[in-house]
Design a binder for this molecule. Structure first.
Ligand SMILES: Nc1ncnc2c1ncn2[C@@H]1O[C@H](COP(=O)(O)OP(=O)(O)O)[C@@H](O)[C@H]1O
Ligand SMILES: [Mg+2]
Length: 664
């Protein structure tokens, strides 16, 4: 045969699907070509169709069948062999290869479809190379002319074709959200480790700057990204690169502190927010004088509404309410007070109504104007108050543990009214502070975990000094379920807000990637019974998924339950790595969100081996089934070997260690 690559001809074209009738001699799935033995006729093998003019269309075999058909060529003699088996391969077309200046290059569009009788060939190695090994190049920096702005990052090899490798666009994988899904034990943590290890290795000698932050929910990554320090893990603590770390309570913004103390929206939130601002050294005086102005305003409104009924004997207290609130301001109340002077002289039994109502009304309106001017003029200070409540400014433990300080946020008049609400708030604060599970939020004054200010917290990562490991492993595995969403919400928000504060022109510099392990624990879809911690975490990560790209903060989301991750987050993902999935809900859910051409490949998602995945997205030319490279070293992996353990081991269960770790 003249062309050893030829395997058949097109017999049907339906949109982007074609059928190829295979030549009788292609009985074997393998075919010897000039380039060695290649897989020719098997599911997932690649066939090419030459269109001439240096253009080749490439497709993947999705179905194979053999049919018996009537064979009119079987001769004039009526024989018994009228039937001939036809072997047909269905092929999904994927894109076009152009052979411009020698290097074949892939483009996902197909402008001319192959026609009937077009020969089908086994993809030659250089064509397969163009598809798998030369990924798209993304995110060229403006004004940068060299070609080395992106790197072809090796991730593994196409299943069954160990002689090829699969590479992805480095920039694309780490600049836009990436989802890694699969059942437990399917290889997610291994793939995350492998990707990040390779990515960091490719930097080869560049500055030691923190680039990747891993929220390590299971405590697996310490082994894959070893650092010198390895403290023993104790309950309710956070570890950063093996050393105990913390997340100061004062990182919480006004909304978070309200959620944390389950403050009631109407009655407790306003007070709590004021207190949070004051405790953070906010302008307490400004907040108080703003309150006074607002109180004076309502006292005046009340006076005006009751004006026609107010008895002379009660007039004095109305006047005092207004002047009392305005005492510390420079608003002149003399004329207003003078109008009440005569009324104060009447005795308690007097029942006459005030006779100078018109004059009082006119003066009251004047005061209201003056107050309004002040409130509008003073807006900047009011805003400053809000800003400090949200800012991560230190609050000493002593301030926190003296709940009576909450009263500072309430003016005297209000204090009586809201006292009942404040009592529950103070009690809740005390319970929270005594609750050991929140230790990681409260250890910022202890030796060893001291964090004096925000900058001190960031410096523990090595940020700002071009030192410290490229990969920061935040071990959150010892936190309780209730604490975890708060920790994740706050870490995510603080990282995003740090990026938002970069000058607009340089936000794309020093980009960061945040890895969310087991993201279904804290990035769940919105639900009616969602608790406040989960809501905060979800909103944070939805915001990062939607806006992080602009600020140079990307996500890698690893989860065994893609259907239990917020839609908003999943829909922002530019790339997907899908390991074995078995839950029909998850598969269905996934099928709906992935591109058309990947759907057939996704049928294989239930039969993938460990470390095998279907990858697709903008970092790849085409959806591909990949065997991932193993990380070295790997993360701690959970699968036990019961037979080996039970038959060989004679050491007893380490009960004491467990009880100690329980912290009881
Ligand atoms: N790329 C790989 N090559 C070979 N084996 C792998 C690979 N990835 C995972 N495995 C195997 O699968 C097991 C589970 O992997 P892991 O990443 O811990 O799963 P997951 O995080 O999805 O629960 C590992 O212990 C390892 O033996
Ligand atoms: Mg895992």
């Amino acid at each position: 045969m003249d062309n050893p690559r030829l395997v058949g001809h097109i017999v049907s074209v339906q949109g982007f699907r074609v059928k190829v009738e295979l030549l009788p001699e292609t009985r074997s799935a393998l075919r010897a070509t000039l380039d060695g033995v290649q897989v020719a006729i098997a599911i997932n093998a690649y066939l090419t169709f030459s269109l001439g003019a240096g253009e080749t269309v490439i497709g993947i075999i999705t179905d194979l069948e053999a049919r018996e058909t009537f064979d009119p060529n079987s001769g004039d003699d009526l024989s018994l062999e009228l039937m001939k088996p036809r072997r047909v391969a269905s092929v999904q077309l994927l894109g076009t290869i152009e052979h411009a200046d020698d290097e074949p290059s892939f483009s996902p569009g197909i402008s001319v479809l192959p026609t009937l009788d077009t020969p089908a060939e086994i993809g030659s190695p250089d064509i397969l190379r163009a598809v798998f090994e030369i990924p798209p190049r993304r995110n060229k920096p403006e004004g940068y002319d060299d070609k080395d702005f992106d790197c072809d990052l090796r991730i593994g090899f196409p299943t069954g074709q160990a002689r090829n490798v699969v590479r992805a666009s480095y920039n694309d994988l780490f600049s836009r959200p990436l989802a890694i899904v699969g059942n437990t034990g399917s290889g997610k943590s291994f793939s995350v480790s492998s990707l990040i290890q390779k990515a960091m290795k490719a930097l080869d000698g560049a500055a030691e700057e923190p680039h990747v932050f891993i929220l390590d929910i299971n405590g697996e990554y310490g082994k894959a990204f070893p650092t010198v320090a390895t403290a023993a893990r104790l309950p309710d603590r956070i570890y950063l690169n093996g050393r105990e770390f913390g997340l100061p309570l004062w990182f919480m913004n006004a909304e978070e502190i309200c959620a944390w103390l389950s403050a009631a929206e109407q009655t407790q939130e306003p007070v709590l927010k004021d207190w949070w601002a004051i405790a953070k050294g906010g302008d307490a005086a400004a907040a108080v004088s703003m309150n006074a102005l607002q109180n004076a305003m309502s006292a005046l409104d009340q006076l005006l509404s009751e004006l026609t009924k107010i008895k002379k004997k009660a007039a004095g207290s109305h006047c005092d309410a207004v002047t009392g609130h305005l005492a510390d301001t420079d608003i002149d109340t003399a004329a207003f007070e003078a109008l009440f002077e005569n009324h104060r002289l009447v005795n308690d039994f007097n029942t006459e109504v005030m006779n100078n109502q018109a004059a009082i009304a006119a003066e009251a309106e004047k005061l209201k104007d003056a107050i309004r001017d002040k409130i509008v003029g003073g807006n900047a200070t009011a805003e400053a108050g809000v800003r400090t409540a949200d800012s991560p400014l230190p609050i000493s433990r002593a301030t926190l543990t003296d709940p009576s300080l909450i009263n500072r946020a309430v003016s005297k008049e209000d204090s009586f009214r809201v006292d009942a609400h404040l009592t529950t708030l103070k009690l809740r604060l005390k319970t929270r502070l005594d609750d050991k599970r929140w230790r990681a939020f409260l250890n910022y004054e202890d030796t060893g975990t001291k964090i004096e200010n925000l900058s001190g917290w960031f410096r523990r990562f090595g940020l700002g000094a071009a030192m410290g490991p490229n990969v920061s492993v935040l071990d959150l595995s010892m936190l309780s379920n209730e604490v975890l969403p708060y920790a994740c919400a706050i870490i995510g928000r603080v990282l995003l807000e740090a990026r938002e504060r970069l000058p607009a022109a340089s936000r794309y510099r020093n980009p960061w990637v945040l890895v969310l392990e087991e993201a279904h624990n804290y990035a769940r879809p919105a639900r009616s019974d969602e608790d406040r911690g989960h809501r905060l975490a979800r909103l944070t990560y939805e915001r990062i998924a939607k806006e992080g790209r602009k600020f140079g903060l990307s996500l890698i989301i690893a989860s065994q339950r893609p259907s239990e991750i917020s839609q908003t987050i999943i829909s922002q993902c530019a790339n997907f790595i899908s390991h074995r999935l078995q839950n029909p809900d998850d598969i269905d859910h996934f099928r709906r969100i992935i591109p058309m051409q990947a759907r057939r490949l996704l049928d294989q998602v239930t039969i993938l081996a460990s470390g095998e995945a279907i990858v697709f997205g903008s970092a790849f030319h085409i959806p591909t089934r990949v065997q991932f490279d193993r990380p070295d070293p790997g993360p701690y992996s959970q699968t036990a070997a019961p037979f080996h353990e039970w038959s060989k081991s004679s050491t007893p269960f380490p009960l004491d260690t467990v009880i100690d770790a329980w912290g009881t």
